[in-house]
Design a protein around this ligand. Sequence first.
Ligand SMILES: [Zn+2]
Length: 519
Amino acid sequence: MVDLEWGHELYCLGHLFQAAVARARTRPDAVDGLLAIACRAADLLCEVFGAEGIQSVCGHAEIEAGLAELARVTGEQRYLRQAELFVARRGTGTLPPIEWGQQYFQDDIPVRQAAVLRGHAVRANYLAAGAVDVAVDTGDDELLSALVTQWDNTVARRTYITGGQGSHHQDEAFGEDWVLPPDRAYSETCAGIASIMFSWRLLLARGDTRYGDLIERTLYNVVATSPSASGTAFYYANTLHQRSPGAVPDPNSASLRAESSLRAPWFEVSCCPPNVARTFASLDALVATADAHGVQIHQFASCGIQTRLDNGELITLDVQTDYPRSGSVRVTAERDAADPWTLSIRVPRWADGARLVVTGASGDVSTASVEPGWVTVRRVFQAGDVVELVLPMRPRLTHPDPRIDAVRGSVAVERGPEVYCLESIDLGVASHGTVTDVADVRVDATAPVEDHDGRPRVRLVAPVAEPGRELAWPYAERPLEPVPSASFDVPLIPYHDWAERGPSTMRVWLPLAAPPLDR
Ligand SMILES: [Zn+2]
């Protein structure tokens, strides 16, 4: 234990503990001894880093959540107290200064005094997740509300439209407020997963649908973007604007973290691919929860849900949907209930115009408009009762806060939970090869964005510079507003599907063409 800042020893132990917890929760009959191994390591850890032990923390948070979860599974409160000690020590400057500052390790400000996530984006979110575990299990409301504030400020000012976090390449870290350049988005896959871990814990603690909203956004636009369709190559960093196609990665060597437009089979630092694997393996845990009053559905997937309420009522539900292809989510009760219970469904924040249709087993139907947030149905459910949430899946233009300088004057296209992007291969086809660079187009936002064969189409105008009059100096005394010579409609592609057709350039944010009257 001589290299706490870079050695990752406690970080690795934290992952070991989480693996043991997952094993114990999913296969309590397993006889492989993983839980016992984790407990022996945790016992040693409590000895070496306890109240009388080494007064420091690991440079990469993760042990905090691992210990807290191990305490939940084993009932051993010593592990929770050790997690509490690590959270309390963080931010007191026990790690040495480095060139990126102690905020890189979140060792600059005590967790309960911080107002926003900062420093290394994965470290920051893992620490926050573990700190929520500690706050909840020790009843520390002050710590919990500090973490809620950090989540609010981070989401409001330091998060990409994809849910991605971290805009610094050099230290894989958060930038300051509004520093969200699309072409320098680091948005590490692990940071997206860590953000889901943080949001999930706050969702369980507070029950607010905003957490489910961010989880959904991050799942569809960061976690789903990382692996190729074949599942054999991955993104480590998830840029929102690829300016050059890059080379095909060598399948027989480890790639650097953010070097190509294409997904790579393996990396020199290999955190992201296995993190994607464990997230996919535990996706079902994000779908629904239960409490004394009923069942809450947070994410939409075809599945069966079974739980027993405090009053002994056994609930079984069948969920059918092809979301996000369509916006229909049908929940069917499969058992007659003796008493009323409440079914709650998250209505995403973007879902303006959502409806709820309740069809009783006896044929009675009621329809209501529903607002983003929770929609609830409380009744004595009978087998065959159907609750259908109908979400509006039309494409929509999204404008950025003007303080995000890097994308001011641009728009993005979203449909349901998915962010879309323009890929050079579609640009070339739509313009018959006359425009092939995603840098040369602007979007005519006066034309409607419509679905064609399930893909939103936008009207683009090009080029930005007048043909034959490329400027030798890209600045002028008056705004450069060349009259476009071409106008054409281009289909966009879900961001998570980009670069599946070979090396390409891509952009999520499309610059707006000036309205005609302003020219
Ligand atoms: Zn990673």
